[in-house]
Each structure stands twice: as C-alpha cells, then as structure tokens.
Design a protein around this ligand. Structure first.
Ligand code: SF4
Length: 111
C-alpha cells in the first residue's frame, strides 16, 4: 500500500496525464481476462467483475459497460490505480489510451 501511495504522489509527473490532450480512457479485452480480479482490487470505481467471472469497465454513474471494446474515462485521481491495474493484469488485457488520438499509453499495445 505504501508503494502505491508513493506512485500516486508522482502521477502528475506522468506525461500521459498532462496537457489538454491528456484525457485517458480504458477498456478491457474480455477474451483474455482471467477473472482474477486484480483490477477490481486496484480500482473498484472503474472495474467490476460480472457474474460471468470477467472484468468490465464501469461508466461514471457506476453502470457496467458490457459491449466489447466499451471504454470509460479514467478520472485523474484514479490514474495511478488504473495504470497499475494495466501493468499487473495477468491477462494483459487492460488498455489505457489517450482520448484524443486513441494511442495506447498503458497496456499490451503501449510503446
Ligand atoms: S486484472 Fe486483467 S485479467 Fe484480471 S480480472 Fe482484471 S482485466 Fe481480467
């Protein structure tokens, strides 16, 4: 937990979080989800396991988004948690990308 709090403190130094074009969105490829729930532990405001045992993103008003490729905005205060989810995801199936140009910044397709 201490490490994660330190991560959170440095999040403003992350170039992906800066500037007017820094807004990010996240989606999950359920085809690869193992259902372990790590993402839900990191960011329950953004991710949720459904009864099918797979993780989905949630809308800002807490609605589960189950369409394939559905995205939800990444709230800046939760960026570190969402980023860590993508890094720790054993299925490599959490994709965080810029809204402006759809370039992936965290996840299996990030450069
Ligand atoms: S961390 Fe990845 S594999 Fe695990 S439940 Fe979340 S999306 Fe699925």
């Amino acid at each position: 937990m201490t490490v994660r709090n330190e991560d959170r403190a440095t999040v403003t130094e992350d170039p992906a979080a800066e500037g007017p074009d820094g807004a990010l969105e996240v989606w999950i490829d359920q085809e690869l989800c193992t259902g372990d729930g790590i993402c839900v532990q990191y960011a329950p405001e953004v991710f949720e396991l459904d009864i099918d045992g797979l993780a989905y993103v949630k809308s800002a008003d807490d609605e589960l988004l189950q369409e394939p490729g559905a995205t939800t905005p990444v709230p800046l205060p939760l960026l570190a948690d969402v980023r860590d989810s993508a890094k720790e995801c054993p299925g490599d199936c959490i994709h965080v990308r810029r809204v402006s140009d759809k370039v992936e910044v965290y996840g299996p397709d990030a450069e």
